[in-house]
Design a protein around this ligand. Structure first.
Ligand code: ZN
Length: 158
């Protein structure tokens, strides 16, 4: 059993694995490795995982039955190995990878739009998306936390 300290991005599980919501993820990578931004998107009943490159995105696998399954031709490729590991990391802990995406990019993990409100940045999600996925509680908690502790930016005297 896990202790949930705050509303989680992943609310349900598939067997012992988390279900990954569609969105953007930046899983932690080894220090010398290139940071990766992954997009999870449901297309025709399949959850496709793509890597967002500078010019385009390339799909390299799908999430099936709670596990990442790389496309066959990429499964044995040395080039795709870090991507596959990153996707597996997203499946293991989508919450951490979603938060990391928002932290690194300043964008909402669900839609990729720029976040401007400190509470949204802290919650990793914008108000529209929070509403759409029933995560308003997370945003409210984040707002309360900021009101209590302040942020570096909100530290100006009243
Ligand atoms: Zn959003």
């Amino acid at each position: 059993m896990t202790t949930i300290l705050e509303p989680q991005i992943t609310k349900t599980t598939h067997g012992d694995r988390a279900l990954v919501s569609d969105g953007y993820y930046a899983p932690a990578v080894p220090q010398d490795a290139k940071p990766l931004v992954l997009r999870v998107e449901t297309k025709r009943d399949e959850q496709i995982v793509s890597v967002i490159g500078r010019r385009r995105r390339v799909a390299f696998g799908a999430i099936r039955d709670g596990a990442f399954v790389p496309h066959r031709i990429k499964a044995t490729s040395e080039y795709w190995e870090p991507h596959i590991r990153a996707a597996e990391s997203v499946v293991r802990n989508p919450d951490a990878a979603a938060k990391r995406y928002a932290k690194v990019t300043g964008n909402c993990w669900r839609c990729g739009r720029v976040l401007t409100d400190p509470a949204s940045i802290r919650a990793a999600i914008g108000p529209d998306c929070a509403k759409a996925v029933g995560m308003e509680q997370r945003l409210t908690a984040s707002r309360a936390e900021i009101a209590k502790n302040g942020t570096a930016r909100a530290a100006s005297p009243a």
